[in-house]
Design a binder for this molecule. Structure first.
Ligand code: ADP
Ligand code: MG
Length: 715
């Protein structure tokens, strides 16, 4: 037996393994059992502990399959003998076992001990043909945890297990080059790579598995943090424009702000200013709860750039969002905003919006103005990334919702700084739990707005179960009417545009229909409580011009009740809106609900949010809605969300979507992440190219997608 996959598995088997992500022996070693059967004390047939898991070794005496009388299907009965006693083991609907478990074979069975008609038995146990095995089973083996692998089509568990065990024995030392430095393993009591593989594939005790699992977490944490530390080191080598001027534009802006900055906004502003004044490019994440005032902070940073003679660009993932940012900036700048470069006064700022849908001629003109430095600040979508968009002197990039941009796109944007690398400020629309920031955004410095502008958080949220409490819906409509009557705007948010078939989960056949946005809007219009009201409809399939008109009408009060999809999720600012009714709220995530309700009460007025649901209180997802209703603290909700939704979702919503972190939990392993970060920073500081730790270097490429690991390669 050699240590190549080809020599141990047929082409067909290798294809099946490849489907499981196993392409090499190294992958096979990392193809871990999905669980283990842990044997009880005794393995003698006569002394099996009822109710516990047992592993027995016995000879097959007799096998027979028959149809069952009471139920549909077959039963295969296997009589085994361990030299002293015999036992009957039953398998259901596995008639093929008849040909595999033949009399005379020695087989190891693992399963729970049950009593059937007064006789002890194992119920549908897992089994391993011991006769195929080249390794002599000792009593110790029978007392060891019994590994159960994920199913690989066409490869029996025992063959897989035996191949792995044999390969572990014969593989050369290069298969066990350890990504974890020795000193680190010793410090934290972690097994070396070979031992850890053996712990996983042939553990003596279940503690061995635990010990190895801890190691896999450390490995991933170290890879992640080393990659981040390398990136930071790479950034710090780059040259950025020094932006330290607080000139006339910044001063005029600060003086004309109609409110005081919160202490948190001021503090974060200072962090950013210190970065901008440095010669290495800033890479900073700015996050804070909905309404914490991130836009003002970002705008002040942009004005610093402009005062220093540089341009600033704000990149948004969608056209709606870019437009909203543009309008927010317009509102904040007021008269300080210049409509045309030609007419701009000394302390005025020229701001432009660039989107994909803008007419080609306008876009060409704008491109020219950007290239000649006539525009100070541009807000835009991916259109900004195109090669035809050039800047005279791009000093700062503000990226909104960075996770929707890939590394390559961010690079394309940065490259527009010419000789210099622009500073980058990444804004997250929602708060990011500390553990996530530390794991997922660890290559960024983090600034947090911990405080809300006074008086802006006054939203009462109520869950309304409209099936259990049908009269409450009528009450909600009355309140909508009263709110509109008082001159305030009401949002109705709906999860979809088109009607949708409801399928029976069992049969897949259509058993009903859920209404579309037109129907829901029509029903509300026709309800007696709302007969006096003026409605508007807004969704993503309308043209930009139509959307703009509807929003403008809602802002002015021409529209009183706006029925909308989540196009209003981010950024939409309608100060007069004080009520939001979210229909089928169970269709939205926690963060999304929180984000949505942040759209009301923006002027500091008390606001109300109703979460309408067809669920009843006993449903699990009802708890999510209650969690949203219970707090206005976005950080608390972000933690709750991470906890209840699981991290897969969080990771896949981030730039690490392509990574294959399998063991590290960003929620529970934060102490490992924090320790690994220190070690990684040390490694990179003494050995930036990772020359002394090739195994770690290789492992980073293994765990992180090529796209994201490219900094190291460029290294
Ligand atoms: P975010 O983007 O963090 O959700 P915004 O920047 O859109 O929040 O700010 C929300 C609202 O609060 C805006 O209308 C903004 O003008 C206002 N605002 C920002 N900072 C303050 C402050 N310090 N005091 C009062 N209002 C503020
Ligand atoms: Mg905002």
């Amino acid at each position: 037996m050699t240590t190549r996959l080809e020599d141990n598995f047929s082409k067909k088997d290798r294809n099946a393994l490849a489907k499981r992500g196993v392409h090499s022996v190294a992958d096979l070693f990392r193809f871990f059992p999905r669980r283990y059967l842990v044997p009880g004390e005794s393995t003698r047939l006569g002394e099996l502990p009822l109710g516990e898991t047992a592993i027995i070794q016995a000879e097959v005496i007799k096998v027979g399959t028959r149809r069952m009388k009471q139920r549909k299907g077959t039963i295969t009965e296997v009589i085994v003998h361990d030299g002293q006693q015999s036992m009957k083991i039953a398998f259901f609907n596995q008639h093929w076992l008849d040909g595999l478990l033949t009399p005379g074979l020695t087989v190891v069975f693992g399963g729970k001990v049950e009593s059937y008609r007064g006789q002890l038995t194992l119920s549908s146990p897992v089994w391993l043909n011991r006769t195929e095995d080249d390794h002599e089973w000792t009593p110790d083996d029978l007392n060891s945890p019994f590994p159960i692998y994920p199913v690989v089509k066409g490869i029996a568990q025992s063959r897989l297990w035996n191949a792995i065990k044999t390969l572990l024995r014969v593989a050369g030392s290069e298969q066990f080059d350890d990504p974890l430095p020795k000193g680190m393993r010793e410090q934290f009591g972690l097994p070396d790579l070979r031992t850890a593989f053996e712990d996983m594939h042939r553990p003596r005790r279940i503690e061995d598995v635990e010990r190895a699992r801890l190691r896999w977490k450390w490995e991933e944490a170290l890879a992640l943090q080393t990659e981040f530390a390398s990136r930071k080191a790479t950034y710090s080598q780059l040259q950025a424009p020094t932006l330290l001027e607080v000139g006339p534009k910044s001063r005029r802006f600060d003086q004309s702000l109609p409110f005081e900055l919160t202490a948190s906004q001021t503090a974060v502003g200072e962090e950013i200013a210190a970065d901008l004044a440095g010669s290495a490019p800033m890479h900073r994440l700015l996050h804070g709860d909905v309404g914490s005032g991130k836009t003002v902070v970002a705008l002040r940073a942009m004005l610093t750039a402009v005062d220093s003679g540089a341009q600033a660009a704000m990149l948004a993932p969608t056209e709606v969002l870019a437009t909203q940012h543009f309008h927010s900036i317009e509102r904040l700048l007021g008269e300080q905003m210049a409509l045309s470069p030609l007419l701009a006064g000394d302390d005025q700022v020229t701001v432009a919006l660039m989107t994909g849908s803008m007419p080609a001629r306008e876009r060409r003109e704008l491109a020219l103005d950007l290239a000649t430095g006539n525009i100070d600040i541009v807000v835009g979508t991916h259109a900004l990334l195109s090669e035809s968009t050039m800047f005279e002197n791009l000093g700062l990039i503000v990226v909104d919702e960075q996770h929707r941009f890939g590394v390559e796109q961010r690079e394309a944007m940065r490259a527009k700084g010419g000789m210099n690398t622009p500073h980058t400020l990444v804004m997250s629309a929602t708060p990011i739990p500390r553990t996530v920031a530390m794991t997922v955004f660890a290559d960024l410095d983090v600034s947090t707005l911990t405080e809300m502008p006074a008086g802006s958080k006054n939203i009462a949220t109520h869950v309304v179960p409209i099936v259990d409490q049908p009269t409450w819906y009528a009450r909600v409509r009355q309140l909508m009417d009263q709110t509109a009557e008082a001159g305030r705007g009401v949002f109705v948010v709906f999860p979809r545009i088109e009607p949708m078939d409801v399928e029976d989960p069992e049969s897949g056949s259509v058993i009903g229909q859920k209404q579309g946005i037109e129907e829901i809007s029509q029903k509300l219009r026709e309800s007696p409580e709302l007969s006096e009201r003026r409605f508007g409809l807004l969704h993503g399939r309308m043209s930009t011009a139509e959307k703009d008109r509807v929003l403008a009408d809602f802002v002015s009060g021409q529209i009183e009740i706006l029925v909308s999809t989540t196009v209003i999720e981010v950024g939409v600012d309608v100060p007069r809106a004080t009520m939001m009714v979210i229909v089928e709220a169970e269709n939205f995530g926690v963060a999304q609900l929180h984000q949505l309700r942040g759209r009301v009460g923006r002027d500091g007025s008390p606001a109300t949010c109703f979460l309408l649901t067809e669920l009843s209180e006993s449903n699990d997802s009802y708890g999510r809605l209650q969690a949203v209703a219970a707090t206005l603290d976005g950080f608390e909700l972000a933690e709750y969300d991470l906890d209840s939704r699981g991290e897969g979702d969080v990771l896949s919503a981030s730039q690490w979507g392509g990574s294959s972190l399998r063991h590290l939990s960003i929620l529970r392993d934060s102490h490992i992440v924090a320790e690994a970060k220190k070690i990684a920073e040390h490694i990179v500081s003494v050995d930036p190219e990772l020359e002394a730790v090739p195994a770690l270097r290789a492992f980073i490429r293994r765990v992180l997608p090529a796209d994201d690991a490219h900094f190291i390669e460029a290294g």
